[in-house]
Ligand binder design. Structure first.
Ligand SMILES: [Zn+2]
Length: 152
């Protein structure tokens, strides 16, 4: 989607919001510039996960060809390998979860999004969270960061 369209959607959504969470936005410096003009951020969370861990997480995803239920070969296995628990359908790896596609997605992320992280790094409310911990530990750190920095 073009930046102008994404920015317009975000601006419209924020105009009536008393509070909000943006996940995966802004994705590039142009979007970050727009967001700065629209609003101030209380907390900026950067979940840090190493390249190889990301590759494993993404390439391990499987989806049911029939009902769309998601699985993971390591973290969320079906009862029977390759078969959907919900409907008995075949589990497949989507094209954009294959290794080469994942590497491309990560390259795009690093090129576009790293400058956004660098832009916010020195700003008040920026918190880096170790995203390789257990989901519970990640959540605890996120809660603490929000409690510390959000205006009540
Ligand atoms: Zn299914």
């Amino acid at each position: 989607m073009p930046d102008a369209v994404v920015d317009a959607i975000v601006e419209e959504a924020l105009s009536g919001a008393g509070g909000f969470v943006l996940d995966g936005y802004p994705r590039n410096p142009t979007q970050a510039e727009t967001l700065t003009e629209v609003t101030d951020l209380d907390v900026i969370l950067s979940l840090e996960v190493g390249h190889e861990v990301l590759v494993d997480r993404l390439t391990g995803r499987r989806v049911c060809d029939d009902c769309g239920t998601n699985y993971h070969v390591e973290f969320d296995q079906p009862e029977q390998e390759g078969v959907c628990d919900e409907c008995g359908g075949d589990l497949i790896q989507r094209g954009d979860d294959q290794r080469e596609a994942v590497e491309n997605r990560l390259d795009v992320f690093e090129e576009n999004t790293q400058p956004v992280i660098d832009r916010y790094r020195d700003q008040n409310g920026f918190v880096e969270v170790d995203g390789e911990q257990s989901p519970g530990a990640v959540w605890t750190e996120i809660r603490a960061a929000i409690d510390e920095h959000s205006r009540t």
